[in-house]
Write a protein that binds this ligand. Structure first.
Ligand code: NAD
Length: 335
């Protein structure tokens, strides 16, 4: 048995990852550390709670004493770090907590992993050889694209929001622990995820919730901002591959090759709702354009060739299949 520390797993992506990972790897015990901020819900992990290889601890990744205790108590032999403040709009209103959690929290985890696993730079302690620190990051660190082109692992960082700047900073800290101390690190930078268990504040749950409630469906600006949408389980499979087979110190971009404008997303969701819950007029009539987000990046698109070619990753869902599963899940949640 090997004990891994997973952070932020009561949130959207982590809570999709944990059941998948527990089921696939029977020799891992997963120690889950999550502060249960407004974005985390224990309910998201209810299918894992009776599994003896699942342990949940409510706590802050910034708490040095606690994280140190967990490394010692559970003899942690790997980290997969999801915890973050993740909503761009909140980072525009209250950037401080993003700096605290995303930068200081990542630093705290890195520093404790280094001290726990290694004797000195580039020398691992005998029993911790190959212990790996996997940092989950975002394509937003690369900034915004024009009408063409894709983000690759070599695209220079140009974060535009306090959220993406805090994630870019945390990526740089991870890089520095590899370059300076020889820590066995992996970074994955993923595009926009969608699927079950996402917080109500994010785009697709917002569209579905407001549509069903008969409210306006708010779409920023002209609705033409483009994101590259990936079904959350495909992201989890990419993390799994990179954690196990990725090259130490490397970064892997994960993305769906499913570019859509926000308006296309709203139309697609409304069309599905028109089929599942028909009304006299289409839900599309509820779409309303609202004042744009400050500094709203225009287009993100990932070139996932590296993880596809080097690790054999491939998305199993395309947007048309993934969105059906997603809408069905939220219909159950909201009704
Ligand atoms: P989320 O906001 O749904 O969940 C974040 C989780 O972290 C919550 O459970 C929260 O309680 C926990 N958390 C926050 N602060 C904490 C702290 N100080 N200590 C311990 N736990 C804390 O986020 P998500 O969408 O699941 O994203 C997970 C990771 O993936 C993040 O690092 C995010 O930057 C990255 N990411 C997300 C997307 C996406 O589309 N959602 C895309 C690419 C990358």
């Amino acid at each position: 048995m090997k004990n891994l520390l997973l952070t932020g797993t009561a949130g959207f992506i982590g809570s999709n990852f944990v059941p998948y990972f527990l089921e696939k790897y029977k020799d891992y015990v997963l120690i889950n550390l999550d502060l249960l901020t407004y974005a985390g819900r224990l309910e998201n992990l209810k299918e894992c709670q009776n599994n003896p290889r699942f342990k949940f601890i409510r706590g802050d990744i910034c708490n040095q004493e606690l994280v140190q205790f967990l490394f010692e108590e559970y003899n942690i032999q790997g980290v997969i770090h999801f915890a973050a403040e993740s909503h761009v709009d909140n980072s525009i209103k209250n950037p401080e907590i993003f700096i605290q959690t995303n930068i200081n929290g990542t630093f705290n985890l890195l520093n404790i992993a280094y001290k726990h696993w290694m004797k000195k730079p580039f020398v691992y302690k005998e029993k911790y050889q190959n212990c790996r620190f996997h940092h989950i990051s975002t394509d937003e660190v690369y900034g915004t694209l024009g009408e063409c082109g894709f983000f690759t692992e070599n695209t220079p960082y140009a974060p535009n929001s306090p959220y993406s700047a805090s994630k870019a900073s945390s990526d740089m800290l991870v890089r520095s622990y590899h370059e300076t101390y020889g820590l066995n690190t992996i970074i994955t930078n993923c595009s926009n995820n969608y699927g079950p268990k996402q917080h109500d504040e994010k785009l697709i749950p917002t569209i579905i919730r407001n549509a069903l409630a008969g409210n306006k469906i708010p779409i920023y600006g002209d609705g033409k901002n483009i994101r590259d949408w990936l079904y959350v389980l495909d992201h989890c499979k990419g993390i799994d591959l990179a954690f196990h087979d990725g090259r130490s110190g490397h970064t892997y971009n994960i993305g769906g090759r499913n570019e859509r404008t926000n308006l296309q997303i709203a139309y697609k969701v409304c069309e599905l709702l028109d089929q599942y819950r028909p009304k006299d007029i289409s839900y599309k009539a509820q779409i309303a354009f609202v004042e744009d987000r400050a500094g709203h990046d225009r287009r993100y698109a990932i070139d996932a060739s590296k993880i596809e070619n080097k690790l054999g990753w491939k998305a199993d869902e395309n947007f048309d299949t993934g969105i059906i599963k997603t809408v069905e899940w939220y219909l159950k949640k909201y009704e």
